[in-house]
Ligand binder design. Structure first.
Ligand code: ASP
Length: 439
């Protein structure tokens, strides 16, 4: 068995956290390829090293003095080195960084130093090989990740090693200039490394015991999901549930490598398994609930709409012409409704409406704002009767008015539209009926 283990910023924020990580890695010989993030927050008011680096580089770019800010970053690393009693000096590294900042090496280079330096410390602490990700992870000239070249170079390089630390978050253009993924991108690096070594599992260590059934800001202490499929995860992640960077799914999914989300502070917890497909039933009929506020609906009516071929296309053409993507589009016989993000739609509203009038000639158009969409996701819904019934009776009991219902043909999710102000109540009601009532 080969395991790739990625540790997030909060798992590596201090020497104390590093020791936990060291114990986790040493507890299992198979954990031989390690992807670290930069040190994150040690306490809630703390600043992540990545943000310190962005801030420091912004000063350098303006030609201002950045010594104090760079010293503060150095101190974060020194605290870790001292706490681990390592004989390691980052003095030369910081000299190079200072010079590169003065030469305006770019904010991507600056941010990447967070993972780079943490990788050096991690390799030294574990006695593992260190690989600079700029030598093995590549982007094309347009800044798009070059999966093929990366896999070729990285798998060749790693095949010769028993262990390695590969810092997360960055790679390089073909000319060697550093380029980062978007924020949270160390998850993506972990997935790329897992693919390159053909790992049996990609363990993603964070500070929660897995992917939660619902948002903990709405439901206190929600349970973690034990097993979720990539498709379910995608539905929930799209609707705002976040633990993992979205792009982290693709490299491992192609190879059928499962991801196990684990908690560094509670390594004994099982965490969440993210898998391609499974015959394991989820504990509850639903796997998870997620949602977002801030939508509006554009309701279009036209008598005999059902007989007019191309009506829907004409309506959507107006959205397309104005560069607005639509979220959902439930329809009736003589009505159709288009859901869009309110902040995107707002300033183009009259243009879109005029476009619909011009293109589709409807009888009326009516706009409603401040709506929320909730996705109830679960592979178990397909084989269980009455799921929708339970959701809507729970919502009725909670006095929530349902404004829209959309069930995809995959029977993997039911999307419900409610007023923004009913959002939390609705999620509570759905969680209660499927999870709390089953306990
Ligand atoms: N350190 C980077 C960030 O804060 C990347 C990561 O942690 O995954 O976004």
């Amino acid at each position: 068995m080969k395991k790739v283990v990625k540790f997030g910023g909060s798992s590596l924020a201090s020497a104390e956290q590093f020791i936990k990580v060291g114990n986790i890695i040493r507890a299992d010989k198979e954990r031989s390829f390690v992807v670290p993030s930069a040190p994150g927050k040690r306490f809630s008011a703390d600043t992540k090293v990545t943000d310190m680096l962005y801030g420091c580089y912004a000063l350098a770019e303006e030609g201002k003095d950045f010594k104090k800010e760079l010293e503060a970053i150095k101190a974060r690393y020194q605290e870790i080195i001292d706490g681990l009693h390592l004989e390691l000096s980052l003095e030369d590294e910081f000299k190079t960084i200072e010079k590169q900042f003065k030469d305006k090496a770019g904010s991507d280079y600056a941010a990447s130093r967070g993972e780079y330096l943490n990788g050096i410390i991690m390799a030294n602490y574990l006695g593992f090989n260190f690989i600079d990700s700029a030598e093995v992870i590549f982007f094309d000239d347009n800044g798009v990740f070059n999966a093929e070249l990366t896999n070729e170079v990285l798998s060749d390089r790693l095949s010769k090693l028993d262990n390695a630390v590969v810092p997360g978050f960055y790679g390089a253009y073909s000319d060697g200039r550093v380029k980062t993924f978007s924020r949270g991108g160390s998850d993506v690096t972990g997935s790329i490394v897992a693919k390159a070594v053909k790992a049996d599992v990609y363990e993603n260590w964070t500070d929660v015991s897995g992917f939660l059934i619902a948002d903990p800001r709405i439901i206190p202490n929600p349970e973690a999901i034990e097993v979720i499929t990539y498709r379910e995860l995608r539905e929930l992640a799209y609707m705002g549930a976040g633990v993992l960077h979205e792009d982290a799914i693709f490299p491992v999914r192609q190879e059928g490598i499962p991801i196990n989300i684990k908690n560094t502070n509670k390594p004994e917890d099982k965490g969440t398994w993210i898998v391609g497909s499974t015959c394991q039933k989820s504990k509850y009929v639903i796997t998870g609930i997620a949602g977002k506020k801030g939508f509006c609906s554009i309701n279009i009516e036209k008598d005999m709409m059902n007989t007019e071929i191309g009506f829907g296309r004409k309506v959507l053409q107006s959205f397309e012409e104005n560069g607005i993507s639509f979220e959902h589009m439930p329809s009736g016989i003589d009505t159709m409704t288009v859901f869009a993000h309110q902040d995107e739609f707002l300033h183009k509203e009259q243009k879109v409406v005029a476009g619909i009038h011009r293109l589709a000639n409807p009888d009326s158009i009516d706009i409603e704002s401040d709506l929320a969409l909730i996705a109830v996701v679960g592979r178990g819904m397909k084989s269980t009767r009455g799921t929708a019934g339970r959701i809507f009776s729970a919502l009725a009991h909670a006095n929530v008015n349902v404004k829209m219902i959309d069930q995809g043909s995959s029977e993997l999710n039911i999307i419900i539209g409610v007023a923004n102000e009913d959002f939390e109540t609705a999620i509570q009601a759905i969680y209660n009926i499927f999870v709390v009532a089953q306990l």
